[in-house]
Design a protein. Structure first.
Lengths: 352, 165
């Protein structure tokens, strides 16, 4: 690991000043950053440790019915907060389907949002990677790419965003609060991550020194609590990134879908929200033909970036299955295997 | 820059002067404090051999910078027995053959103690397996590990009931 200067500021203003310098990086728990530094993929000159900053580790209930989650809240603490699980069950299920218990105990909310892709060529410093070293090419294009993107990719980069947490969050209109040199601002989480285009090294809309301080979910997001699921296909039962994942959340009234929310993980460089598919579901009966029409719409623009044509049909089927599970109702307790397609739920076709 | 930190390790305060901010909590335990029970497997957060409890929570010590944990309370495999009396999780691993070569065992045991403390898995084997998925065992002793965790969980729950009765 390259040598670095370590600073531990006590105020957000000091943190921003220290991190705005070229070569500086924020350190929270480090579950992703230290791994990247050990591999020589990321080589910061200075680490700005934010774990000593005050006030960022709280879950607050807002007067308007929303919830505000500090950026330093640990993934496990959020996933096991009883009120949070009741109000946003798909988000808790997604959190518990990610990483391992040890990593969830350490990893923070802000760090989860800003984790880097696990593309093997990004991680291998002997390979060409436009994200790691702009202009060097993309060895994933002609390499092992069956798990790579099928939506929003470019010739420059076909990597996917690895977060489970972000998938239900974008579906539920989460907002991020950012402190930076120009003060405080906020943006929709859906707008935070960028598609690769010609600049895959620019993964999000943050400027030097920008610090995510909190995440908010609006009061309306609670209205989906009775019919909200996350479903994640992995290559092993636990402790693996998504091949494809989907969140489905429904508001049902008089046997019809009043409003639907959908998002996909593992298919693009950002959590992918197919708004057009959500619109198709509004007013429809919650049945498999309607779910299939929505799934077709969600993947209408998908194309394989390599040996991953299978992911397009897999994503359609996972959407149908997630919608079927959501329509059947959120279980009283998160399943023993969170988000697993191997957990049986009555009313859902296991081969859908 | 002052890189000195203070930790409580297995109940004993330890002051350590770090020469370099790159030292992980794992390397500090093994190389500076000579507590080599905590193992370095992958050193990348994938195998769980380095699992320790920090302020009561199980984490991968290989992905934790020591300098970032000034003031923390650390519990390692060396700190769980009382003299010659094994911790109930240690005893259960022996009773159920929860290991073969033993390299992953300190991490498995510390992870199991963390899991039982989290109180999410109860007596459900599926929840125990899921909760232990961050600890790999190349010998494939998983069946014995799950049995050991379930028995230790039961024993500790009974002991707690007796204490509160």
């Amino acid at each position: 690991m390259k040598h670095f200067e370590y600073v531990r500021p006590k105020t957000i203003a000091d943190a921003i000043a220290a991190a705005a310098e070229p070569g500086a990086a924020y350190l929270a728990s480090g579950t992703n950053l230290l791994d990247l530094m050990k591999g020589g993929i990321t080589r910061p000159d200075r680490l700005v440790d934010v774990t000593g900053l005050p006030g960022l580790d709280r879950i607050e209930h807002l007067a308007d019915g929303g919830i505000r989650i500090g950026a330093l809240v640990r993934n496990a603490d959020l996933a096991h907060d009883p009120d949070f699980v009741r109000s946003y069950p798909a988000v808790a299920e997604a959190l518990l389907s990610g990483a391992s218990a040890q990593l969830r105990n350490a990893a923070t909310v802000g760090g989860n949002l800003l984790q880097r892709t696990r593309c093997g060529y990004f991680y291998d410093t002997a390979s060409a990677c436009n994200k790691r070293e702009p202009g060097t090419g993309c060895d994933a294009r002609g390499g092992e790419n069956r798990l790579h993107a099928v939506l929003g990719w470019s010739e420059a980069c076909i990597a996917t965003h690895p977060s489970d947490f972000c998938v239900p969050l974008v579906a539920l209109d989460a907002t991020v609060e950012i402190e930076g040199r120009a003060g405080r601002r906020e943006m929709a989480l859906e707008a935070l991550h960028r598609l690769p285009g010609d600049t895959p090294e620019r993964e999000n809309m943050l400027e030097p020194g920008d610090l995510i301080v909190a995440l908010r979910l609006p009061a309306e997001a609670r209205a989906f609590a009775a019919h909200a699921r996350y479903l994640k296909v992995r290559e092993r039962t636990s402790y693996a990134f998504a091949v494809v994942s989907a969140t489905a959340a429904l508001r049902l009234e008089a046997g019809k879908i009043r409003e639907a929310r959908l998002a996909l993980g593992g298919v693009a460089a950002k959590p992918w929200r197919p708004h057009q598919a959500e619109k198709l579901l509004a007013g429809a009966s919650p049945d498999v033909p309607a779910f299939r029409r929505a799934a077709e719409a969600a993947l209408a623009d998908a194309k394989p970036s390599g040996d991953n044509l299978f992911k397009i049909e897999l994503a359609r089927r996972i959407i149908v299955r997630a919608l079927t599970l959501a329509a059947a109702g959120t279980p009283a307790r998160i399943a023993a295997l969170p988000a697993s397609p191997f957990a049986s739920v009555s009313g859902a076709l296991q081969d859908a | 820059m002052n890189l000195s930190i203070s930790l409580t390790v297995n109940g004993v305060r330890r002051d350590v002067a770090l020469s370099d901010p790159r030292v992980t909590l794992l390397d500090l335990l093994r190389e500076r404090l000579h507590l080599t029970g905590t193992k370095k497997g992958c050193d990348r957060g994938q195998c769980g051999a380095c699992t320790v409890l920090v302020d009561g929570r199980r984490i991968n010590s290989c992905l934790a910078l020591a300098i970032s944990h000034d003031g923390a309370d650390i519990l390692t495999i060396e700190g769980i027995a009382r003299g010659d009396q094994l911790h109930p999780v240690q005893a259960a691993f022996i009773a159920h053959d929860g290991f073969q070569c033993g390299f992953c065992t300190p991490g498995q045991i510390m992870s199991a103690i963390g899991l039982i403390g989290e109180a999410q898995a109860g007596d459900d084997p599926e929840r125990v397996r899921e909760g232990m998925s961050g600890n790999l065992c190349r010998c494939g002793a998983y069946a014995g590990i799950t049995e050991a965790v379930l028995e230790a969980q039961q024993r500790l729950a009974n002991a707690n009931r007796r204490r509160s009765a």
